[in-house]
Write a protein that binds this ligand. Structure first.
Ligand code: GCO
Ligand code: MN
Ligand code: MN
Length: 389
């Protein structure tokens, strides 16, 4: 059945190889789904209607591959990309799985590990660019601590800055048209991770040698794990011109890292997020960094992937309805109306304006008694979401 909720290339829906390739193991139980090759996963993504695929270096090329194996893997993957029409908008490096990264990569106390991490990342950038990536994500999976006896956090932030500065120079040197997107997470797998939220990352970026090359990759689950309003963090990134990528999924507040299907847990915050991205014409990938429940087989993996994209498109339609609902827009218009008398204070600062504002007779008491009708506004929003408006 063809409906308006079918994914199209212009929606830029992407999935990581590690998302639809997730085999369902968790800290308490073994894998429940058979491994699929990167090529098989491309065909699965094409079948469900995705636009693109992202990968960590080792999702595509196992860490101990020989040069011959690497050649064959790359050739097969490129052929499958061509056959399926899928693109690779983003690539990233796995700096967390191998035991060498048990104490972090760029922030490890061991200079040997820090240098190996740089080498691995440069090779991963080469691979990403070869496959067409324009965005390169950095998720500091193990850049943190269990005990702060181990490291001075100021020193760790400096080490992180040195690494990103070095890699920006490498990209410039190679003439790669790559933008970097830093992904924050408060914890898991480490007890605490540095630069724990999108806001921290934005602050950190302004200290880099090439801040213009670096933005953020916020993830729903990560900000929810920190108990934060995701849309507010994303808004800050949009305002700073730094929303280079986004990881969509879902997460119940206060739980372990769940990576749920987009919209599976908090439909209303998913709605405000989609509305924010669409209202502000976000033009990057809508990347789903999530995986199917452990209960699922391969059919369930497809249900999961289709569900992520379908929910996004349904919420996009709801956002449009919200924006065109006369009663909702009437309420918002009323709330933002400016008293004619205050027009004199609009625009930039002047000494005269400041003096006039200081002298203005505000009637604080009568204005503070005015109800704002947010109960009605929120109820109308719920009714849009529930499909009765
Ligand atoms: C996580 C992260 C990762 C990263 C990925 C890209 O919680 O494990 O979200 O999935 O997004 O490694 O760098
Ligand atoms: Mn995550
Ligand atoms: Mn992520």
């Amino acid at each position: 059945m063809t409906t308006s909720y079918d994914p199209k290339p212009e929606h830029k829906f992407t999935f990581g190889l590690w998302t639809v390739g997730n085999k369902g193991s968790d800290p308490f139980g073994a894998e429940v789904r058979d491994p699929k090759s990167p090529v098989d996963l491309l065909y699965l993504l094409a079948e469900v209607g995705a636009y693109g695929v992202n990968f960590h270096d080792n999702d595509l090329i196992p860490i101990d591959s020989t040069p011959e194996e690497i050649g064959t893997i790359k050739e097969n993957f490129k052929k499958a990309l061509k056959d399926t029409g899928l693109v690779v908008p983003m690539a990233t490096t796995n700096l967390f799985y191998d035991p060498i990264f048990r104490d972090g990569a760029f922030t490890s106390n061991d200079a040997y590990v820090r240098n190996y991490a740089l080498q691995k990342t440069m090779k991963s950038m080469d691979l990403g660019v070869e496959m067409g990536a324009e965005v390169f994500v950095f998720w500091g999976g193990r850049e943190g601590t269990e005990t702060d006896a181990s490291k001075d956090p100021v020193e760790s932030i400096k080490r992180m800055r040195d690494a990103i500065n070095f890699l920006c120079e490498y990209a410039l040197d190679q003439q790669y048209a790559l933008k970097f997107a830093l992904e924050a997470k408060p914890n898991e797998p480490r007890g605490d991770l540095y630069n724990a939220t999108t806001g921290h990352m934005l602050g950190f970026i302004s200290t880099l040698d090439h801040p213009e090359m670096v933005g953020v990759n916020p993830e729903v689950a990560h900000e929810h794990m920190a108990g934060l309003n995701f849309s507010h963090g994303v808004a800050q990134a949009i305002d700073a011109g730094k929303l280079f990528h986004i990881d969509l999924n879902d997460q119940v507040f206060g739980r372990y890292d769940q990576d749920l299907r987009f919209g599976a847990a908090n439909l209303k915050s998913a709605f405000f997020l989609v509305k924010l991205l669409e209202d502000h014409h976000y033009s990057g990938s809508r990347h789903f960094d999530a995986h199917a429940y452990r209960t699922e087989d391969q059919e369930g993996v497809k249900d999961f992937a289709r569900g992520c994209m379908r929910t996004y498109l349904i919420l996009k339609e709801k956002a449009d309805r919200f924006n065109h609902d006369a009663e909702i827009q009437g309420l918002l218009g009323e709330l933002n109306k400016m008293d004619n008398d205050l027009l004199q204070f609009k625009g930039p600062y002047s000494q005269t304006k400041a003096q006039a504002l200081k002298a203005y007779p505000f009637d604080r008491k009568s204005r503070s008694m005015k109800g704002l009708r947010y109960e009605l506004l929120d109820q109308l929003t719920n009714e849009v979401l529930l499909g009765v408006r």
